[in-house]
Design a protein around this ligand. Structure first.
Ligand code: TRP
Ligand code: SF4
Length: 326
């Protein structure tokens, strides 16, 4: 069965291994057999970064180039910038009229974000974050949304809003379901969730030398101090990298670590060169795209054009179902 899919990222920094395994890997597969829309959610970035807009344009171009370098393909999927398609804003306004405030105040993702970013006064647009996300999803009449677990409450809200709309104005939107990725989570070298705000990322275009440095400092079994100490691989971040990037040799690494026949220095060196080899083709492609901003801009322009056509159709239906002025 094939889906209509929309998913997106906020342009808040370069793509890293966490994004790759948390989302992009999945998107790349999905684009083969589904109608996919991949959006750079720049309005959403403004919910927390409204006072840091000086790099927004570059951030958008960088994300787009990272996506293309990783293999999202404009011949297969529609790749676009949210604010290029103003229909999203219109639907956001309309959906805002039918969204009860308590639904938004309960949103656990928002509560977490307020705590993480130490935000004391919540802004109107920030509270409406999931309504804008619902507009993104529903305006493509999407049937599925590939997301990470942290986004599940937003998809639940989207479904709820779709149901309310359909009840009020007649069947208009399918209820989209969340598609969770089955790939393993990649921890940062410090063992925490890999994230730009925690400053523990390994980027899509990280240079081999920098990968080496980062892996060298990675968290390992604190009880394995000397080379021939017996280690506990399940307590070690480097071992989790071996699991992901070096699956053919992972059992051997496990034994060597446990028996103390390999030291962390060698184990890390091996691990970082395997990770560098995995990223190498993407880094090369990314470098070429860096020199070809015109191509990246063309992709986004054509993507926006297709997205506009698609959303014009939905907006017409919506206005007609709502009996709005036309
Ligand atoms: N909220 C998503 C995130 O922070 C980004 C996003 C915006 C999105 N619109 C979307 C994801 C629509 C899926 C569908 O990662
Ligand atoms: Fe981790 Fe490798 Fe050291 Fe074992 S030998 S603790 S797997 S770095």
């Amino acid at each position: 069965m094939s889906y209509r899919i929309l998913s997106g990222f906020r342009p808040t920094g370069k793509i890293h291994l966490g994004n790759i395994f948390g989302a992009l890997q999945n998107w790349k597969k999905l684009q083969e057999h589904n109608q996919c829309f991949f959006e750079i959610a720049d309005y959403h970035a403004l919910t927390t970064n409204y006072d840091k807009t000086e790099n927004l344009k570059d951030d958008i171009l960088n994300i787009a180039a990272d996506w293309l370098a990783f293999g999202l393909d404009p011949k297969k999927a529609v790749i676009f910038v949210q604010s290029d398609v103003r229909n999203h804003v219109e639907l956001f306004t309309l959906l805002s009229m039918i969204t009860p405030l308590p639904l938004l105040e309960r949103n656990p993702t928002l509560k977490e974000q307020l705590k993480d970013l130490n935000i004391r006064t919540i802004h109107y647009g920030h509270l409406g974050y999931p309504v804008l996300q619902a507009a993104d999803i529903l305006i493509y009449r999407s049937t599925a949304v590939p997301v990470g677990e942290d986004q599940l409450p937003h998809i639940e809200l989207t479904r709820e809003i779709a149901r309310r709309f359909n009840n009020l104005y007649g069947e208009t939107f399918p209820e989209p379901k969340a598609l969770l990725t089955s790939f393993p989570r990649v921890p940062g070298p410090d063992g925490k969730r890999m994230s730009k705000s925690l400053n523990n990322t390994i980027l899509l275009n990280e240079k081999p030398g920098d990968i080496q440095k980062k892996v060298k400092q990675a968290f390992t079994d604190p009880q394995k101090i000397r080379k021939n100490d017996k280690g506990h691989p399940d307590k070690c971040v480097v071992f989790s990298y071996h699991k992901i990037f070096n699956p053919e040799n992972v059992e051997q690494k496990k034994t060597e670590c446990k028996e103390g026949t390999i030291g962390c220095v060698d184990c890390k060196a091996e691990c970082s060169s395997i990770m560098a080899a995995y990223l190498e083709p993407y880094r090369k492609k990314r470098e070429a795209l860096q020199k070809n901003e015109g191509f990246v801009r063309d992709v986004l322009r054509e993507g926006a054009q297709k997205a506009r056509e698609e959303t014009n159709k939905t907006m017409e239906q919506i206005r007609s179902h709502m009996k709005l002025w036309v």
